[in-house]
Each structure stands twice: as C-alpha cells, then as structure tokens.
Design a protein around this ligand. Structure first.
Ligand SMILES: O=P(O)(O)O[C@H]1O[C@H](CO)[C@@H](O)[C@H]1O
Length: 308
C-alpha cells in the first residue's frame, strides 16, 4: 500500500509537513462541495496551502473546487477546510481521493463536516433545499470500489468498521435544531444520499431506480470520505445542497448541468455557511455542557476492536 502513495506513512508525512507550517491545531475538518468553497472564507487568521504545494496531495481538476487547504478559526474554534474535494471520475483511486480525510485525523480533527451539491430524487425536495444526510447508498461500493479495500492498517481503524452509525445522530439533531432556529425550517430536510461514480449525470431510468432504492438525493462524492472518517473514529455530519432536480420524467425538458449546480451553490452559500458556522459555535459550547455530545465515540467503541 505504502508504495501507492496513500499509506499511513504518506499521511503522517503530509500531516507533519502541515503542522510544521501552521500553529493551528484543528478540531473540526470541513469539506466544501461544488460551488460551496465560500465556507473556507469564513475562517479567520487563515494559513492556506495550495494543493499543488502539499506533499502527497491530489490536485483539484473540477470547476468550483479551488484546490486550497485552509487552516484558521471559526468563532474561536480551530478548523481546517478543504476548498475543493476529489472525485472518482477525476481518475484517482478511491483511496487517493479520501487521503485528506486521514490527514485530517492525523492533524487532530475529531469532527468532520462535509458538504456537497446533489440532485434531488425525492419529489418533495426543491432546488435550494439543504438535506441533512442520515444515511447513504454507496453504489460504487457494491462493485468493490471502497476506500478501505486493500490491506487494512490498524493504526487507522479496524478491518470491518460499522457503518450503521455513520452519520452522527446528535450532530444531525443539532443541525435540524440550529437550522430551524436560523429560520431554515422551510428548506431543511433529512434524507439518504446515493453516490455514483459520475461524471455523467443519471439517465431517467437510473434516477427512477435510485429513488425506488430509497435515495433522496444523488451525487458523486461524500460517501467515500464518510467511510474513511468513520473507519478512523471521527464523527461525521454531512449536508447536501439540492442544486437541481434529477430528471425523472420522459416528458421533461430539463437537463442536469454543472453550471446550474454551481449557480444554486452561489445562491444558497450564505445560508449554508451560517448553518455550518453556527453549528461549530454550538459544538464548542456543548463540549462544555455535553448537550450535543456526539455518539461517535460510543459508536466507534462498539464497532471497532483495538488490535490485540
Ligand atoms: O459532490 P460535490 O463535490 O459537491 O460535486 C457535485 O457536483 C458535481 C456535478 O455538478 C459532481 O462532482 C457532484 O459530486
């Protein structure tokens, strides 16, 4: 594994390289979805690195993914933010696109907040809705494309990690609560995200099938990152911005396109940023009073056995 460029030693070398260049010790790691890179601009006292300068890091190739790793503070809490993520369709192995999540872990992150742009499959969803992800369907995983494939390194986590608790219940509850408090009740939803390999958008038959399988939204990211984050014991919150309706009628004239995805991102960016930043504030407060203590640790202990 190590010779492929995404083993423990590579992650450690990258984490050490970053830690030597910033005093920020992040507790929260944020991943920005397509068109949602403005989240990184919320960080104060920034120390930023271009992906091309970071050893072992993949390069962003997708419009709407700037390719910068930004350290800083959000309402006083130390964070690191990926302004741009990697996708299977960019040609990287799934282990490489999720490498930054393992680097988050080695930087000291314990909570990962992921965002993405997704197509709505649930007919009750509208463009502009924010969906708190409660579960996922990993379709590439059905074909053996799983970031944990290959030798397992116990320093990250167990061979067979549990995924029934992938999306932290307390954080989801907090997102719904904070969202309603911010007045987002009308466009805040909960649902199941389905990841596909992309880059082609879905056919009508595929969208209908995914909906029948129980997916509320479809995209080309996130689930792999979640699997890796949970494998190494971080707790996870993930939010989808419904940027377009998946086309499900043969009469429809609509055509999915990346420009619409980015436009919707721009329109809802401020609200999404506010939701994320308010949550970070509350998490900090609740570290003291435990109201929103995540269930990740319990889940991890239940699911992972330490090497004997
Ligand atoms: O999941 P993010 O990175 O937000 O991007 C989504 O937007 C792109 C399609 O427009 C795809 O890459 C899809 O996964």
């Amino acid at each position: 594994m190590a010779d492929k460029g995404y083993g423990y030693e590579e992650c450690e070398a990258t984490a050490d390289w970053l830690l030597a260049r910033t005093g920020v010790r992040p507790a929260v790691g944020i991943v920005c979805g397509s068109g949602l890179g403005g989240l990184a601009d919320m960080l104060k006292d920034q120390v930023a690195f271009n992906y091309e300068d970071i050893p072992n890091f993949p390069q962003s190739t997708v419009h709407g993914h700037a390719g910068r790793l930004v350290f800083g503070t959000l309402k006083g809490r130390s964070c690191v933010c990926m302004q741009g993520r990697f996708h299977l369709y960019e040609g990287y192995p799934v282990q490489k696109i999720t490498l930054p999540i393992r680097i988050f872990k080695l930087l000291g992150v314990d909570t990962v907040m992921l965002t993405n742009a997704a197509g709505g499959l649930n007919r009750d969803f509208k463009v502009g809705d924010i969906m708190v992800i409660k579960d996922h369907l990993n379709l590439p995983g059905f074909a053996g494309v799983n970031p944990l494939s290959g030798p397992n390194d116990e320093r990250f986590g167990a061979r067979f990690p549990c995924m029934s608790d992938a999306y932290d219940g307390a954080l989801r509850q907090m997102a719904m609560h904070v969202g309603r408090e911010l007045g987002y009740g009308d466009f805040l939803k909960e649902g199941v995200y389905c990841v596909l390999g992309g880059p082609s958008f879905e056919t009508i038959a595929e969208s209908r099938m995914l909906h029948k399988l129980g997916a509320d939204a479809v995209g080309m990211s996130t689930a792999h990152e979640v699997i890796v984050a949970r494998h190494c014991g971080m707790r996870v919150l993930a939010l989808s911005l419904i940027t377009n309706q998946a086309v499900m009628d043969y009469d429809s004239e609509a055509k999915a396109n990346h420009e619409e995805v980015l436009e919707t991102g721009t329109r809802r960016a401020a609200q999404l940023e506010r939701l994320v930043s308010t949550m970070v504030t509350k998490m900090e407060l609740n570290n003291n009073n435990n109201n929103y203590a995540g269930d990740a640790d319990r889940g991890t202990l239940a699911c992972q056995r330490k090497p004997q």
